[in-house]
Design a protein around this ligand. Structure first.
Ligand code: UFG
Length: 321
């Protein structure tokens, strides 16, 4: 298939673009490099630099596209609270421009990078796709708005659409991995301590209602995620919008993640308990039963040491210790 990958110079986008190119698809990456990296665009993909909202029509106008994988977005929860306009504009408005360009140029299918943040505080775990969607920040709200947009386009225009709601993405795929300029995610921060680029890690609260008092998350390997995108693309059907949670179905606490990082790196990784971070839910664990049933998807890299180990290899390659 000929595929447009928006945000294909970012973390999850570059890994998925690499998978699709390796599987023989013709891949065009569109990215404005605001947070992505030019050298993360996979070999074998064509790169177009530019603003999605402005040039989606021009890029798709060259014709022949079979689908779009849409990753380009702002994705920092804290930033979304302070500057919501960036999220409504870069996420929601840009997605609308993209869908309109797809409609104009007869592009039949889209796989969209949605998030567990659409659910907000979960009433029960594991979280099902039928759980209430009550996002607690503009980031989650912007992704939920796009999910709703996709439902309406599937109904009105016969678009084949799939939203994949990721839980905590981690790990790396060879030279493609996580390298945000502003890093807020647990595993990369802990590995910065292990590689000597940070003194210690702050554990945001140890008085949560969880077994060891620290927050529990469902970590999903980015390669498992990439496989889900390929399956979603193959299973898309005209006029249908499907939504699937993607997680490993198991939870690891912050303390367990730090301990796994100590094992993998051999570094003592000093840590200190800090106040809770605003907006953090205590426990987020996915039910991915729907993705298993409909797509035949099964995550295979679910051991936290495997996930951390791949991220650590990537970190060492980039920041030699
Ligand atoms: N944490 C720490 N110390 C740190 C960083 C994180 O203790 O220095 C804790 C957080 O409080 C949280 C856990 O580690 O309990 C995981 O935090 P991350 O920032 O790595 O990930 P989140 O669970 O906050 O965020 C993820 C995705 C978001 C998505 C969100 C849905 O990365 O994009 O899940 O709730 F919006």
């Amino acid at each position: 298939m000929k595929l447009l990958v928006t945000g294909g110079a970012g973390y999850v986008g570059s890994v998925c673009a690499a998978h699709l190119a390796e599987a023989g698809h013709e891949v065009v990456v569109l990215d404005d490099l605001s947070t992505g990296h030019r050298d993360a665009v996979p070999d074998g993909a064509r790169f177009v630099e530019g603003n999605l909202a402005e040039i989606a029509g021009t890029v798709l106008g060259e014709g022949g596209f079979d689908g779009v994988l849409h990753f380009a977005a702002r994705s920092l929860v804290g930033e979304s609270v302070v500057h919501p306009e960036l999220y409504w504009d870069n996420n929601v408005v840009a997605a609308l421009r993209l869908l309109e360009a797809m409609r104009e140029h007869d592009v039949p299918r889209i796989v969209f990078s949605s998030t567990a943040a659409t659910y907000g505080e979960a009433e029960q775990v594991p979280i099902l796709e039928s759980s209430p969607t009550r996002p607690t920040n503009p980031y989650g709200a912007s992704k939920l708005a796009i999910d709703m947009m996709l439902t309406s386009y599937a109904t009105a225009y016969g678009l084949a659409a799939t939203s994949l709601r990721y839980f905590n993405v981690a790990g790396a795929h060879g030279r493609y991995g996580e390298r945000h300029t502003v890093e807020t995610h647990l595993i990369p921060i802990v590995l910065q301590v292990a590689s000597g680029h940070r003194e210690s890690v702050a554990i945001y609260g140890d008085d949560w209602p969880t077994p060891d008092g620290t927050c529990v998350r469902d970590y999903i390997h980015v390669e498992d995620l990439a496989e889900a995108h390929a399956l979603a693309l193959a299973n898309a059907a005209p006029g249908r919008h499907s939504i699937y949670n993607l997680g490993s179905g198991q939870g690891f606490s912050v303390k367990e993640v730090v301990e796994a990082c100590r094992e993998v790196t051999g570094h003592p990784i000093p840590s200190a308990v800090a106040p809770r971070r605003a907006g953090d839910p205590a426990v987020l664990i996915a039910s991915s039963a729907a993705a298993a049933a409909a797509l035949g998807w099964q995550p295979t890299r679910t051991d936290i040491r495997t996930i951390v180990g791949d991220a650590w290899r990537f970190t060492q390659d980039r920041l030699p210790v």
